[in-house]
Design a protein around this ligand. Structure first.
Ligand SMILES: *[C@@H]1O[C@H](CO)[C@@H](O)[C@H](O)[C@H]1NC(C)=O
Ligand SMILES: *[C@@H]1O[C@H](CO)[C@@H](O)[C@H](O)[C@H]1NC(C)=O
Ligand SMILES: *[C@@H]1O[C@H](CO)[C@@H](O)[C@H](O)[C@H]1NC(C)=O
Ligand SMILES: *[C@@H]1O[C@H](CO)[C@@H](O)[C@H](O)[C@H]1NC(C)=O
Length: 578
């Protein structure tokens, strides 16, 4: 926390104090420096991620020396695109060299969950999704272990399932839904290996980086590792694994409490809550030109602050969204340039940590470690009080993000407002009931193909009209957990809508997408910094979870299924009355 106080003060006076930001990583090729700048600014590739994923053919020092040699001919000016291309040809290889072909050896063709899917079309689709794990499996080659300096890839010993498309490496929070899907596919070795990789990263970095590249080294993502271990433990009851993992899970928890927390006082009582915050004031190497162009015209300190806020946005997993915009009035509006992620206390991060605290207490209980049980029960109780005092809005009957700049809540709809229902992080049952009514009144259900990420079309990925698999599942699981029949009906209805959306896009494109558009039947999502990606790890994991849970009732559905929920509920109510 002192760390953050220091940075907040330092950054506020950045032009005067000139606090030095740490670089995005230590590599002078993949993260900072003139070579990176010239390569990215020349826009030799459609996607800035391409260059920073290329393999070096010679040691970094040698490559840098050759580059300096070339540029010293006319200092201060950039090389011509043709010279840069020549340089690339000499010293770099195409991305993808860091992986070996790998087919999961724990894959088999008859996992139990398939037998639960009764609709014949959905059943054969579920089989295809189960097959997709084989094409998304990657093993990092031994050469990355032996020569890490030649790659931006972070070496991890166990094979992984990647999201797909431009996302050639593992991603942190994506992997939670991937692992849940793998466990349904009875691929326990693969799931365990992925978790072991993450545990190893916590040992190495103190937290789990955003993804498996050095340029992600200074930021994390929503902390789902504890829940990955919970899923694995539920599937295997492997206490030995739990015992070995627990100290590392606590280490990650400590990182969030020490380096990503903020204290605030409500009515004289201090509360400790969490936020996303990354103190690296440089363009993201993998989105270099986007970041540079966005910051054009800003003063020096303001540019660096914006880049740090964009990185915090990436850490939130919602990169990018109007959810993180704070305009100069302190209102939750503006454009990407107004991104102020670190000034917002997010409902979903705090709900997740609340669930982590309860889960860590339960792990200690399983292992008979009473001191640990006490520590995390205490933390969980404090979290419940803090979430209620700061995030619960008794007027709107839901939890809302808290803006630290204005000391007020953002009354805007996001599915994340209901994350405390999913995490079961509330003390009064009436709160769950009120949150259900809030959701019903929110306007989020007027879209037949899923719940949008917000009701504002900002052109960013994490806004209308995009719907994302993890947000659908968290809503569905939350609603399902409420002891209210109406909530369970709604949960099923959302599951049906989402499966149908996935399915329609699948039969149209023979592909699974990272996100979908709620305004069209079977339409992939769009917007943001890159083209919509195929694959796709978390989409498949979430679909398998829904097919497992509701497979006896889900249908591939006639087109007539776009029924109006209001009418359906009314009919439901009338039918009960009659
Ligand atoms: C967390 O903050 C402490 C200072 O409070 C710092 O020493 C440490 O390096 C930070 N940890 C990480 C992983 O950034
Ligand atoms: C630098 O350039 C000179 C002349 O073009 C060349 O002989 C030398 O090998 C170069 N050094 C490196 C490190 O590439
Ligand atoms: C703060 O205290 C006032 C007066 O006691 C009370 O009306 C208000 O509800 C309290 N606010 C919160 C958030 O607890
Ligand atoms: C934005 O903030 C200004 C100044 O605080 C306020 O007057 C205005 O009503 C706010 N606008 C919205 C849309 O909330």
């Amino acid at each position: 926390m002192h760390h953050l106080v220091f940075w907040t003060i330092c950054l506020a006076f950045q032009p005067v104090l000139r606090c030095a930001y740490p670089p995005p990583c230590d590599s002078e090729i993949y993260c900072t420096g003139e070579l990176l700048r010239q390569m990215q600014m020349a826009k030799l590739f459609d996607d800035d991620k391409y260059f920073v994923d290329m393999k070096l053919k010679a040691a970094p020092d040698e490559v840098l020396a050759a580059f300096h040699n070339l540029t010293s001919v006319s200092p201060g000016s950039s090389l011509k695109p043709s010279e840069l291309k020549e340089f690339l040809k000499t010293f770099f290889e195409e991305p993808g060299q860091e992986f070996e072909k790998w087919t999961p050896n724990d894959w088999h063709d008859k996992p139990y969950f398939l037998s639960k899917v009764s609709d014949t079309k959905l059943h054969s689709w579920a089989e295809k999704l189960h097959h997709l794990w084989k094409s998304l499996g990657r093993k990092i080659s031994a050469d990355v272990r032996d020569h890490p300096e030649l790659y931006s890839q972070i070496y991890s010993p166990h094979p992984v399932i990647v999201p797909g498309g431009r996302f050639r490496e593992f991603y942190y929070w994506d992997s939670y839904w991937v692992i849940n899907g793998l466990l349904l596919s009875e691929m326990r070795d693969t799931a365990r290996g992925m978790i072991q990789n993450f545990l190893g990263l916590v040992e190495r970095y103190g937290f789990v980086p955003n993804g498996g590249r050095v340029y992600y080294e200074r930021r994390s993502q929503p902390p789902f590792l504890t829940l990955m271990v919970e899923s694995y433990y539920q599937a295997t009851k492997d206490e030995k694994f739990l015992r070995a993992a627990l100290p590392t899970l606590e280490k990650e928890y400590n990182f969030w409490m020490q380096n990503r927390s903020v204290a605030l006082s409500v009515n004289g009582t201090q509360h400790l809550l969490n936020r996303y915050s990354v103190q690296v004031g440089q363009p993201r190497p993998e989105s270099y030109t986007d970041d540079l162009e966005l910051a054009e015209g800003l003063m020096e300190g303001a540019q660096e602050r914006l880049w740090a806020e964009l990185k915090a946005g990436a850490e939130s997993g919602w990169d990018f969204s109007s959810r993180w915009f704070v305009d100069h009035h302190g209102n939750n509006s503006g454009t990407l340039k107004d991104t102020r992620t670190s000034h917002i206390i997010p409902t979903d991060l705090n709900a997740l940590l609340c669930r982590n605290e309860r889960t860590l207490a339960s792990f200690h209980r399983i292992l008979g470690q009473s001191t640990g049980v006490e520590r995390f029960e205490l933390a969980h109780r404090a979290r419940l009080v803090a979430v209620e005092a700061v995030l619960w809005d008794s007027q709107m009957g839901v939890w809302l993000d808290h803006n630290l700049l204005t000391d007020s809540r953002h009354p805007t709809f996001y599915p994340s407002n209901l994350a405390p229902v999913w995490a079961q992080c509330y003390s009064q049952p009436s709160m769950g009931e009120r949150a259900l009514h809030y959701l019903q009144e929110s306007g989020a259900f007027k879209y037949p193909n899923g719940v949008p990420t917000s009701l504002e079309n900002s052109g960013q990925q994490w806004d209308l009209p995009n719907a994302w698999p993890p947000l659908q599942l968290m809503l569905i699981e939350g609603l399902w957990s409420l002891p209210i029949a109406e909530a369970k009906d709604l949960a099923f209805d959302l599951a049906q809508r989402w499966i149908r959306t996935n399915w329609l896009a699948y039969i149209k494109y023979e592909a699974m997408f990272e996100k979908y558009d709620v305004t069209g039947d079977g339409k992939p999502g769009g917007g943001g910094e890159y083209e919509v990606q195929l694959g796709f790890g978390w989409t498949n994991g979430v679909a398998l979870q829904l097919l497992d849970q509701f497979g006896d009732r889900l249908t591939s559905g006639s087109a007539g299924l776009t029924f109006d929920l209001g009418a359906a509920l009314l009919c439901g109510a009338l039918c009960v009355l009659l």
